[in-house]
Design a protein around this ligand. Structure first.
Ligand code: AMP
Length: 280
């Protein structure tokens, strides 16, 4: 496994592989790796010849400074996990290497970045677009693998690739969950034992919403049920639960409005904000 910290060394190495006709698969991450990240690596390895993983905690996508400061960083463990998973290339740049000067570019994704995470975390998707476009420019992957856990992010990245006319296939991969249903996340390691146990309710309420849809409850009643369950205990603070068209992220008011529907949730458990979603 090759580990690079400099753009020039990374691009020189990958250029030789690309020129040899090999396909490059890319998994961008912020580190503190778990099995969800490794599953993306698995898809990259199945579908391409050279697997590249980046580890970079991108400051421009954090609208909350405290969240950036407490974001978990486990570089040695990450490298060991990637080595064991047979990753070919790791890119671990410094902030100065990625942003030698501040990135002032403003991206616009219409409704996609105005709702849900976009509305709650102003500037978040602009920061994601800044870093992903820079990383894409350095890695020049044929395919890039993203987790559906960050459902809105995958849509934004697909739009970014279209807007910039990049020839990159963005692959949305399934959510990996713990045995009790909690979506794997680097932030889970910040939860206390009590919070970790409580966090399973996020998955449970998503299942409740799914069964209410199956039993033909209204969208309004389904939303209210989820909100009501979570409001009963002070450990949870619901940020949003929305039922949306899976292709546009426009909120729907009746199930018949859309053929493909997704429920999306963001909820604080204690101080830690977790997100999840379920395509019904
Ligand atoms: P992050 O390090 O949190 O920025 O995540 C890096 C990539 O891993 C993103 O594409 C995430 O959507 C993806 N990812 C995070 N958690 C999971 C999970 N539980 N299952 C699948 N992919 C995930």
């Amino acid at each position: 496994m090759k580990v690079f910290t400099k753009n020039s060394e990374l691009t020189a190495f990958l250029d030789t592989k690309r020129e040899a006709g090999l396909e490059i698969g890319f998994v961008p991450t912020m580190g503190a790796l778990h099995k969800g990240h490794l599953s993306l690596m698995g898809y990259a390895q199945q579908q391409t010849d050279i697997s590249v993983c980046s580890i970079f905690v991108n400051p421009t996508q954090f609208n909350d400074k405290a969240d950036l400061e407490r974001y978990p960083r486990t570089p040695e463990q990450d490298l060991a996990m990637l080595e064991a998973a047979n990753c070919d290339v790791v890119f671990m740049p410094s902030v100065e290497e990625v942003y030698p000067e501040p990135d002032t570019r403003q991206f616009s994704f219409g409704l996609l970045d105005e709702v849900l995470e976009g509305a709650r975390r102003p500037g978040h998707f602009n920061g994601v677009a800044q870093v992903v476009s820079r990383l894409f420019d350095r890695v020049k992957p044929h395919r890039a693998f993203f987790g559906s856990k960050d459902y809105q992010q995958v849509m934004v990245v697909k739009q970014l690739v279209q807007n910039l006319h990049l020839n990159i296939d963005v692959v949305a991969c399934p959510i990996l969950r713990e045995a009790d249903g909690l979506a794997m996340s680097s932030r889970n390691m910040l939860l206390s034992e009590e919070e970790r146990q409580a966090a399973t309710l996020i998955y449970d309420v998503m299942q409740v919403s799914k069964s209410m849809k199956e039993k033909k409850s209204s969208v309004l009643a389904t939303r209210q049920a989820v909100i009501s369950i979570l409001s009963k205990k002070s450990i949870y603070q619901l940020d949003y639960f929305e039922i949306c068209d899976a292709k546009t992220l426009k909120a729907i008011h009746s199930w018949e409005e859309s053929k493909h529907v997704v429920g999306l949730i963001a909820c604080y458990v204690g101080k830690i904000r977790l997100i999840d979603n379920l395509v019904y």
